[in-house]
Design a protein around this ligand. Structure first.
Ligand SMILES: NC(=O)c1ccc[n+]([C@@H]2O[C@H](COP(=O)([O-])OP(=O)(O)OC[C@H]3O[C@@H](n4cnc5c(N)ncnc54)[C@H](O)[C@@H]3O)[C@@H](O)[C@H]2O)c1
Length: 341
C-alpha cells in the first residue's frame, strides 16, 4: 500500500529529505506546507512533484490531503505545534532534530503519540553513518576493553544566515545534539550528569552560544568530553566531529571522515609503555541501518508498516535531548547538572 505524506517546512533541509524520500518505495508526497507559500511552490517545481497540494496552514493541508505521515522539518520553535497537529490528525510523524525545545514538550509529544497509537521518531542521521555503525560494533565487541573516556572535537565556521544566527545556545541545540546522540549510539552508555561552559569568541557572528565545552559523566563512570565551535575558522574538523575512544585495553580514533584506527595493548612492555599493536577494522559496516536520512526513513517507514519500533523513536531520543538541555542548563547555572528525563 502506498503511504501518503505531507512535508512541512520547505527550507534548506527539504532538498535532502525529498531526495531521501525518493529512494523509499511506496511513499507519495501529497502536500507541502510552509509559512512562505512561494517556498513550498518552488520546492514542488524543483522536485517535479506535479500537482502536489501546497499551503501555508498545516491544519488546512491535513484536512485537504488526509495523509498517513507528516514529515516535519520546520524550525525548532515551531516543532511542538506541528507535531501535535499531525498526531491529532492521526498521522505518524518523523521530525527533524531537536525533537522539542524542552523536556516538558518532548514528554508531551511522546504521550500524544502513544495515546494516538502513532509512530513518532526523530532524524538523528549520524547514527546511520557507516563509520558510526562500525565503531558501535567494535566497542560492543569488547576489543577496547571497557570504555573509560570518549572525546569529540567539532570546529567549523559556517555562515548559514537564517534562524541559527538569531537563537540562544545555537551550537548545543542545533549541532552538538548529533554528537550527543552518536556517543550514546557508539558506546551504549547513558549520560548521568554534565558540566558545560559556553563562550562566544570576539569573531562570532551568532547571537549566543556559538562555542561550548561539555564534560559528561556517562554510565560506568566513563567521561565524554565535547569541545565545539561554530566560528573557528581554519583547519576545520569533519561535520561528524573528530573522535577518540579510550578503553581499558586500547584506543580507537576516527577523524570523522575515512580514517578509523585502533590500537590495543599486548602483555609486553617496552620501557615506559605497554606495547600497543594496530588492529585492522573490517572495512564494511554491519549490514543495513546506514545511509543517513535514507536509513532513518527506512526504519521509520518499516515501523509504520508494522516492523520494529525505530531506533530514533521519541521515547528513546528524549535521552539525547536531555543531554543537550542538561548542557544548556549547566552553562546557564555555572554548575554540574544531573541529567533526567
Ligand atoms: N539532521 C540534519 O543533519 C540537519 C541538518 C540541518 C538542519 N536540520 C534541522 O532541520 C530543521 C530545519 O532546518 P533548515 O536548515 O531546513 O531551516 P530553514 O530555516 O532553511 O527552513 C525551515 C522552514 O520551515 C518553515 N516554517 C517555520 N515554521 C513553520 C510552520 N509553523 N509551518 C510551516 N512551515 C514553517 C520556514 O518558513 C522555513 O522555510 C531544523 O530543526 C534543523 O535543526 C537537521
Amino acid at each position: 500500500m502506498t503511504l501518503g505524506a505531507v512535508l512541512v517546512g520547505c527550507g534548506a533541509m527539504s532538498q535532502t529529505w525529498l531526495d531521501a524520500i525518493a529512494q523509499i518505495d511506496g511513499v507519495s508526497i501529497l502536500g507541502l506546507a510552509d509559512l512562505d507559500l512561494a517556498r513550498a511552490e518552488a520546492v514542488a517545481a524543483r522536485h517535479d512533484l506535479g500537482d502536489v497540494a501546497t499551503a501555508t496552514d498545516l491544519h488546512e493541508l491535513l484536512d485537504r490531503t488526509r495523509p498517513d505521515i507528516v514529515f516535519d522539518l520546520v524550525v525548532p520553535s515551531a516543532r511542538h505545534a506541528v507535531v501535535s497537529a499531525a498526531l491529532a490528525a492521526n498521522c505518524h510523524v518523523l521530525s527533524e532534530k531537536p525533537m522539542a525545545e524542552s523536556l516538558a514538550q518532548a514528554r508531551d509529544l511522546i504521550a500524544r503519540a502513544e495515546a494516538a497509537g502513532k509512530i513518532h521518531a526523530v532524524v538523528q542521521n549520524r547514527r546511520y553513518l557507516a563509520n558510526v555503525r562500525r565503531i558501535a560494533a567494535h566497542v560492543a565487541s569488547g576489543m577496547l576493553g571497557e570504555i573509560t573516556s570518549v572525546h569529540a572535537d567539532f570546529f567549523l565556521a559556517p555562515h548559514f544566515g537564517g534562524f541559527r544566527e538569531g537563537i540562544q545556545h545555537v551550537l548545543l541545540l542545533d549541532m552538538a545534539i548529533h554528537a550527543f546522540d552518536a556517543v550514546r549510539c557508539m558506546t551504549g552508555l547513558p549520560a548521568r550528569n554534565v558540566y558545560c561552559r559556553e563562550w562566544d569568541p570576539k569573531s562570532s557572528w551568532y547571537q549566543q552560544g556559538s562555542s561550548a565545552i561539555a564534560i559528561f559523566e556517562m554510565g560506568h563512570g566513563a567521561l565524554f568530553t565535547y569541545r565545539g565551535s561554530w566560528c573557528a575558522a581554519g583547519l576545520g574538523t569533519s561535520w561528524e566531529c573528530s573522535w577518540r575512544f579510550v578503553g581499558t585495553q586500547g584506543t580507537l580514533t576516527w577523524d570523522g571522515h575515512d580514517q578509523l584506527r585502533a590500537e590495543v595493548t599486548t602483555a609486553k612492555r617496552t620501557g615506559l609503555f605497554d606495547e600497543a599493536v594496530a588492529v585492522r577494522l573490517p572495512e564494511a559496516a554491519p549490514a543495513g541501518r546506514i545511509g543517513g536520512h535514507v536509513g532513518v526513513l527506512q526504519d521509520f517507514i518499516g515501523a509504520v508498516r508494522g516492523g520494529p519500533a525505530p531506533e530514533t523513536r521519541g521515547a528513546d531520543n528524549i535521552q539525547s535531548l536531555a543531554m543537550t538541555l542538561g548542557a544548556i542548563a549547566s552553562a546557564e547555572a555555572g554548575r554540574r547538572i544531573e541529567i533526567t528525563i
